[in-house]
Design a protein around this ligand. Structure first.
Ligand SMILES: O=C(CO)[C@@H](O)[C@H](O)COP(=O)(O)O
Ligand SMILES: [Fe+2]
Length: 220
């Protein structure tokens, strides 16, 4: 099974983003955290900025929308060429309609679950999605501690994906480091977002390689 490392540019130098993207070119995708200071108490960037990142990035964009009114805003990120667009389950009453719209435009559709959100109601919707993002911290900020109590959710998803044979990527995001990536890999994650663990090092490419090795060592 493929293991993907997606560095989060939330931990990058915002004044030098093109340069920062170049330093993580050995990663699989670049994780772009869009926050609106409404769904979460923090503010990052919007479509104009993400569109420009899309133009200069050497690797595809994995957009994580932490915004309200997502039915209105999410399709725009697919239209600007993002490889995947992940919205929060808590932010819409129509997750299936929105996922279909994203896929129609040509993006992979992802659904994200906050640590306190139950996975059970979403299991039957899995065929509508290309990716499930299990948040391993409360969304809003980088540099928080990994919440191991979210792992049963990942184990449940992993079992269902295996049993059904669906091609749904299982992503974890928040507090992923050399100390925690093995726990998430063992629980069934295949796609790992890491912000501070990648950009906190002198050479992000070395961090990416080390995280990848640690994840592969713990995969079943
Ligand atoms: O979505 C989020 C935070 O809400 C993340 O993508 C963070 O950017 C991850 O940062 P680290 O926990 O890896 O520092
Ligand atoms: Fe994220």
């Amino acid at each position: 099974m493929t293991t993907r490392i997606n560095p989060s540019i939330l931990a990058a130098d915002f004044a030098n983003l093109e340069h920062e993207l170049g330093r993580i070119a050995s990663a699989d995708l670049v994780h772009v955290d869009v926050m609106d200071n409404h769904f979460v108490p923090n503010l990052t960037f919007g479509p104009q900025m993400v569109g420009r990142l899309q133009q200069v990035s050497p690797i595809p964009l994995d957009v994580h929308l932490m915004i309200s009114d997502v039915d209105r805003w999410a399709p725009g990120y697919a239209e600007l060429g993002a490889f995947s667009v992940t919205f929060h389950a808590e932010a819409t009453d129509e997750p299936v309609a929105l996922a279909r719209r994203l896929r129609e435009i040509g993006a992979r559709a992802g659904i994200a679950l906050k640590p306190g959100t139950d996975v059970e109601p979403y299991l039957e919707l899995l065929p509508e999605f290309d990716q499930v993002l299990v948040m391993t911290v409360e969304p809003g900020f980088g540099g928080q501690s990994f919440m191991a109590e979210t792992m049963p959710k990942l184990e449940r998803l992993s079992r269902v994906v295996r049993e059904t044979g669906l091609d749904v990527w299982l992503q974890v995001d928040g507090g992923i480091s050399l100390d925690t990536i093995g726990i998430a890999a063992e629980a069934g994650a295949d796609t790992f977002v890491a912000g501070s663990a990648v950009f906190g090092g002198e050479v992000p490419a070395d961090r990416i390689a080390a995280l990848r090795d640690a994840a592969v060592a713990h995969r079943h």
